[in-house]
Design a protein. Structure first.
Length: 250
């Protein structure tokens, strides 16, 4: 069992990318549905207020450190978080691994047409990959039963859900028992990047922990949401000071 690190009470798995892929492969051989979340600062901050999201995250089988912020927070507290495991990269690695196995992916989410474009991109990049169904993320409660039936009829054993945080995590948690899948992963904006509708930051910016800045410049409408980031940093620092004073160190 890998080590879990608490970042503002969200338990994040201290795993490398290759360990995360191996864990997902292990889950594929088990007969129950597993829930995977990809945590960034925004998700952790949301979980401070949103009790339902916090509960779903407590029930998740694996939470990877998707954002540079959560990696920083763990290290700031002197804990060993080996590396960032970005959800987008994890999905790419898992699609590549799945192309050689009997993994059948269903892509749920994104604006109309995006999941289909992401499917085409995956089929081009990972020859042999089985994408057995797609559905945009703007369905209503009335279509939900039909959607669950469609996922089951497709034979999918992996459901990738890009419905935005926290809808994707809550939706998967609520519905995964109805589905004959082994894995359910909340993947945020992954289909947009695969489809080419959103560009990912260049590698040097990712490596310099500046992906947030790239997103802010390219999608200024995210500015309000991204205020979660400085709030997160302040809260992590305050928590450490509080913990130290409780221990009598300050
Ligand atoms: N989305 C959706 N249904 C909704 C809300 C959002 O399918 O009701 C999609 C949206 O089109 C986008 C993804 O969810 O493709 C979330 O993207 P975002 O950039 O917010 O990702 P995050 O920051 O959560 O990783």
């Amino acid at each position: 069992m890998q080590k879990k690190i608490s970042v503002l009470d969200v338990m994040i798995d201290a795993v490398t990318m290759s360990e995360a892929v191996s864990i997902l492969e292990q889950y594929m051989s088990e007969p129950k549905a597993h829930l995977i979340a990809t945590a960034n600062a925004e998700m952790v901050m949301m979980a401070q207020q949103d009790k339902e999201l916090a509960e779903v995250l407590r029930a998740a089988d694996l939470i990877v450190p998707d954002g540079a912020g959560v990696v920083w927070a763990a290290r700031y507290n002197g804990l060993h978080m080996p590396e960032r495991v970005a959800g987008y990269d994890l999905v790419q690695q898992f699609l590549a691994a799945g192309a050689k196995k009997d993994y059948r992916f269903f892509l749920l989410g994104g604006a109309p047409g995006v999941a289909e474009k992401a499917k085409a991109a995956a089929e081009f990049r990972y020859p042999g990959v089985q994408i057995v169904g797609t559905q945009n993320g703007f369905f209503t409660k009335d279509n939900e039963k039909e959607l669950l039936d469609r996922v089951n009829a497709s034979g999918a054993n992996v459901l990738l859900a890009a419905l935005g945080i926290p809808r994707q995590e809550k939706w998967l948690y609520k519905n995964m028992r109805e589905l004959n899948i082994s894995l359910a992963i909340g993947v945020g904006g992954t289909f947009d990047v695969m489809a080419g509708t959103v560009k990912r930051a260049p590698l040097w910016m990712q490596q310099a922990n500046l992906e947030w800045l790239f997103r802010l410049v390219r999608q200024p409408q995210r500015a309000l949401r991204m205020l979660a980031l400085p709030h997160f940093v302040i809260k992590v620092m305050a928590q450490k000071t509080l913990d130290k004073s409780k221990l009598g160190i300050l």
